[in-house]
Design a binder for this molecule. Structure first.
Ligand code: RTP
Ligand code: MG
Length: 159
């Protein structure tokens, strides 16, 4: 029996300030996202103030890179995207590649971070790492987005 349609999953992607500062790179990344079977459900261009950046990365508070990360993420505009496809969380993290630049260079040079990542902090993108994280992060950037309703309607938003 054929499976007509795989179930859809949402994930949250951020394009970090190093990407937004370079429109050619931002365009290439968005095209790559589309070529890999994702759709953009909602997008937002914004800038985090330091307090909001600290809140977003609170799980990393106390790590040696926390201050550097928060400073970078509030240093310029970013874009936030709700992405959808089957198994979106796993596919988006795979497309991004590893966090650490030395790993991307040797192990995944064709991943987005392999192609565009500058350092371990200025690594171009963020992706949710689980369904609960995706829900929390979507609510953080898109408080008006009704995730439960979206899943209840199987990915169709009716106006
Ligand atoms: P993300 O949360 O951004 O998708 O990245 P991730 O899960 O692959 O990495 P995670 O360990 O959650 O780290 C979050 C972000 O912290 C920055 N970072 N900087 N050594 C460093 O300077 C360092 N290590 C991590 C990165 O920006 C990473 O995306
Ligand atoms: Mg993470």
């Amino acid at each position: 029996m054929c499976k007509v349609r795989q179930s859809l999953q949402l994930t949250m992607a951020l394009l970090k300030p190093d990407v937004i500062a370079n429109p050619i790179v931002a365009t290439e990344i968005k095209e790559t996202i589309l070529r890999n079977g994702f759709f953009f459900v909602q997008s937002r261009y914004l800038r985090l103030n330091r307090q909001k950046a600290e809140e977003f990365y609170q799980e990393h508070k106390g790590r040696f890179f926390y201050n550097r990360l928060v400073s970078f993420m509030s240093s310029g505009p970013i874009s936030a995207h709700i992405l959808v496809r089957d198994d979106a969380i796993r596919h988006w993290r795979q497309l991004m590649g590893p966090t650490k630049v030395f790993k991307t260079v040797y192990e995944c040079p064709n991943s987005l971070r392999g192609r565009f990542g500058l350092t371990d902090t200025r690594n171009s993108m963020h992706g949710s790492d689980s369904e609960p994280t995706a829900e929390r992060e979507i609510a953080f950037f898109f408080p008006e987005f009704d995730i439960a309703r979206w899943y209840a309607k199987d990915g169709e938003y009716f106006l």
